[in-house]
Ligand binder design. Sequence first.
Ligand code: ZN
Length: 364
Amino acid sequence: MINDAIRICLSENIKGRLKLRNRIYKEVQVRYGVASCLPYCVAEVAWSIVKKHKRWHRKPFAKRLMFKMDAANFSLNYSILSLPFRKGERVLVPLRYGEYQRSFLGDKTLKRGCVTMTESSVVIAFSKEVPIEEPLRRVGYDLNEKSIVGSDGTRHDLSEVARLHTLYGIRRSRFYERHPTDGRLKRKFASSRREKERVNQTLHRVSTLIVEKARANKEAIVLERLKGIRYSHEKGNGEGKARRRRVAQWPFGQLQAFIGYKARWAGVPVEHVSPAYTSKKCNFCGSINRKLKLTDRSWLCPCGAMLDRDLNAAINIARRGKIRCLGEVRPEARGTDEAMKGNETTMAPIPQAEAAKSSLQHLP
Ligand SMILES: [Zn+2]
C-alpha cells in the first residue's frame, strides 16, 4: 500500500502530505478493502519516505514491511494490541514485554502516541508534559574521541567506543580477506549489529549519567552543533588515515541524540552552539592559539593560563549558550565572543581582565 502511494505521489507530482492523503484515500480503500483509517496512515508513511529520499537523492521505496498508526485508531488492553485491518475486522497482537516497558504502560500520566509495527517488534510512543524550570547554570560538554568532558570538570570515559570500533574493524577486515564475496556469510558473521549494540550500551550509560546529573543540579546542557564535523576531518587536514577513519565512525550524533531525548523527557533544557575555535580559544583572555595541534592535550596561553584542551573547550561551549539561567546578570545578551572576552573567573591569572563585567560566576 505504501509503495502504491509513493508511486502515485511521484507520478502525479503531488506536493504535500494532505494532498497525497486526499488523493489516495478512496483508491487504497477500494483496492485493498481496508478499514477507512488505514489510507491516512499509509499516506503519512509514504510522504515521510518521499521527503526523506528527496534529501538523499535516492528513489523512494519502502523496503521493509511496516505498519504505523496514530493513537486514535489502536487500543491496548493489558498485553493485547488491537489494530484495525479490513472493514469491520481487527487484528489482535499479543505483546511480550519486560518490567521497563510495563512501567510505561502502567503510567496513567503519559499520553499514548502512535504505534509502529515491524516484522519483529512493536514500538509504542509515549509523550508527557514536562514543566521546564529555569536552570541554575549552563554546563557545556566537549565531545572528543575518547571522552566527554563537562565545563564543571566532569569527565566520562568513552575509550570503550573507540576500542570496539577498532576491534570490530579488525575482525571485519580479516573476514573479508577470507570471504570477499559471500553475502550470506557476511550477513551472519560480519554484520555491524552487535558492534552497534555494544557501542550504544556505552552511549546510553553515559547520556543517562549526564542527564541525571543535570536534572539533579538544575543545569542546562550546552553541546556543539555537529553539522560538518565529518567535513572538518576531511583528507588533507593533517590527521592520519587511522584517526580520520575513527572519527568518521564515531557516533557523535548518536550520543547527542540520546542526550537530547533523555533531557527532553527529564525537562532539562539543551542547546547547540557553534563549535568554531572552541578548543583553540583561551577561556581566560580569549586569544586564539592557531598553532594548537590535535595531539596537544594541554597548552600554555601567552596570558599565563595553563589550559586543559577538553576542559577549556567545554567552558567555551558553556559560555556560548544563551539559555537564560536563574539569577544571572548578562549585560550583553548579544553574544558569543565579545560578551565573554572580559569575563573574569575566580582562578583567572589575567591582570587585564575587567572584573566588573563578570557574569558567569558558575564557571570554574
Ligand atoms: Zn589566555
